[in-house]
Design a binder for this molecule. Structure first.
Ligand SMILES: [Zn+2]
Length: 155
């Protein structure tokens, strides 16, 4: 049996640089893929992810979340975790129904205090350590904050 070749030349969709990929379908299909698929070279891919990461950081900064500290690798991971966790908070907030304005105000205040707690966490490590945080965990903590506000208000 002759040794098959799996290497195909493709062109990066961004910088038009030629590079080689390995494809393992039938030769015909591989040729089609090499021609029609959107290929991106490693450096453009890296640049793309870096851009995405910067966008994520900017979105978080707008909501009061500061730049994280740690190794670049950890920061990139922690930023993704932080975005996911903030989404969980938003998800929880959207699902809440209130019977009156006072209840809504208390809830808003609790969410705000809760987010402030998170905003103080600027170490990438903290977010990585808390990546398993569930909507339920968040909900429990917010309920606790609400209780503290209520008792603090002398109620
Ligand atoms: Zn490229």
């Amino acid at each position: 049996m002759t040794k098959e070749r799996f290497d195909y030349d493709v062109r990066c969709n961004t910088c038009f640089e030629k590079f080689t990929v390995q494809l393992f379908e039938s030769h015909e299909k591989n040729l089609w893929l090499a021609d029609h698929k959107d290929w991106y070279c490693e450096s453009c891919k890296k640049e793309y992810f870096e851009k995405k990461r910067a966008e994520l950081a900017r979105t978080q900064a707008k909501r009061g979340f500061q730049a994280l500290t740690g190794t670049p690798k950890r920061i990139a991971w922690a930023e993704k975790i932080r975005a996911d966790l903030i989404n969980k908070v938003d998800f929880l907030k959207q699902r809440l129904v209130f019977t009156d304005e006072t209840e809504k105000e208390l809830s808003d205040q609790s969410f705000q205090l809760f987010l402030q707690e998170w905003q103080m966490q600027t170490q990438a490590k903290w977010w990585i350590d808390h990546r398993q945080t569930t909507v339920r965990d968040i909900s429990n903590r917010i309920a606790q904050i609400s209780k503290e506000i209520k008792s603090g208000a002398g109620g």
